[in-house]
Ligand binder design. Sequence first.
Ligand code: BTN
Length: 308
Amino acid sequence: MSHKEKIFILLKNADGILSGEKISRELGISRVSVWKHIQGMIASGIPIGSSAKGYHLAADHDSLIPMECGRFKSLVHYLPETESTMNDATALARQGCPHLSVVAADRQTQGRGRMQRSWYSTDGGLYFTVVVRPDIPLMLASLVNLAAAVDMAELLHSLYDVPARLKWPNDILVDDRKICGLLSQMEAEGGQVAYLNVGIGLNVNNDPQAHEPLATSLKTLVGRKIPRRQIMVGFLERFERRLAHFDTSLLINQWKANNNTIGRQVRIATIKENLSGKAVDLDEHGGLVLEAPDGTRSTAIHGDCFYN
Ligand code: BTN
């Protein structure tokens, strides 16, 4: 365990203020080292207050700091602010970080969504990217993103009883208002998935309506402030289990059971073309099957979906 982790545990277990001298004795390091470690911890976003008497940890049930993330703590990289957690995750993945490494941030200055849109990432929202190295064939890679959406929707339902529904390919809606968006990025090597990054933006305590009038947040739905860490850790637990036993037919069934796209008239826009029709099915690769009025069927593999 690092000195910073030890200091964190001492502060967490302390009943009030802990003097620098006590910490230096417990750890067998100088008071100057204690001070330096604490400055580093404060700089990385850990809410430590200091006074002439010593240091204390501000209770913050919402913080995403690794030390509070239970068994995922060694996998979580927390940044108070970053351009986009997708960029940080790509850098980590290219350095060979382990499966299920996570980059989480309180704010993003260049958060991005699908189809080259911006993702406004103000304080209070949950923004994180998970690096996964699934042992599945390349052609099934797009299912990992669907899996993440299913896991998040089921988690929101079980934690907060909100009727979260999936909109193809990767949005989560409540009462037709967007609450969560997912974005994935992949690199392949020799026909295999080298890594796949799943970025998740969830409206928790932020107010998305300023930028997206048709969006909602958990706080609006539940009527109180919601701790983001519980959601991130809960999601990681589900996603880890899912990837350890990747069952495609179970996933497709779960997606179908939780979606509100099938049965609707839709338009799918890609950078190149538009496809329209009635959404009638999800195929085994996660493609949306559309039916035209004359009964002919086509499958959309990617794109943005609009309900008509
Ligand atoms: C979409 O609905 O278009 C997808 C939105 C994905 C946003 C998340 S927030 C965390 C991660 N970092 C980003 O820049 N984007 C994703």
